[in-house]
Each structure stands twice: as C-alpha cells, then as structure tokens.
Design a protein around this ligand. Sequence first.
Ligand SMILES: [Zn+2]
Length: 101
Amino acid sequence: MTEKRLASEQRADAAERLERERERLAALLPGGTIDRPIEVASSSVIEGRAQDSIPCPHCGGQYRVVEHTRPIPSRRRVDVQCRHCSTPRTLWFRIVPDDVN
Ligand SMILES: [Zn+2]
C-alpha cells in the first residue's frame, strides 16, 4: 500500500465518521425517531412538511417522499430520499388534531 493510498483511505475514514455523526445528529432532531415525531394537525400536511421544511443533513438538499405508511395508529412513517445526494432517511410524524381539547 502506498503512502498516497493510505492518506486517501484515512480521508475516506474521516469523511465516513463525519457522515455517521451527521446521521446521529439528524436522529436527534424532531422526526428523527419514532419517539420524537414531528407533530402535525392533519395527515394531509405530512408529505409537504417532509419535502419543504426538513433539509438533508448531508447536503442541505430537499427530500422527496418515497413511501408514507402507518405502522401503528398514532404514528406515520415517511421514507424520504434526498433529491440531491440520494441519501435515504425515515421521518416520523404524529397527528395531533386541532379540535381536540
Ligand atoms: Zn442530500
């Protein structure tokens, strides 16, 4: 293995660590896990929120919705993919209707 090759592998490792760190931080944001869902007033706004208000943590790009499912009654799962760098991500939402007092 040449030194040049070694250096480039070290850079790749550093980049990989940075990417993992970004993923970890993204998971801490609202919507990053099933336990930290983004609250919305109705299911009709979910896909808009996923695409318009949540940037890709890797490149800041906009997401597109791949799949929108309801794994359990109180949660919506939206699988998205970055339009720019193609990184997939899962976002979680909870519907909290306005008219519930
Ligand atoms: Zn991206």
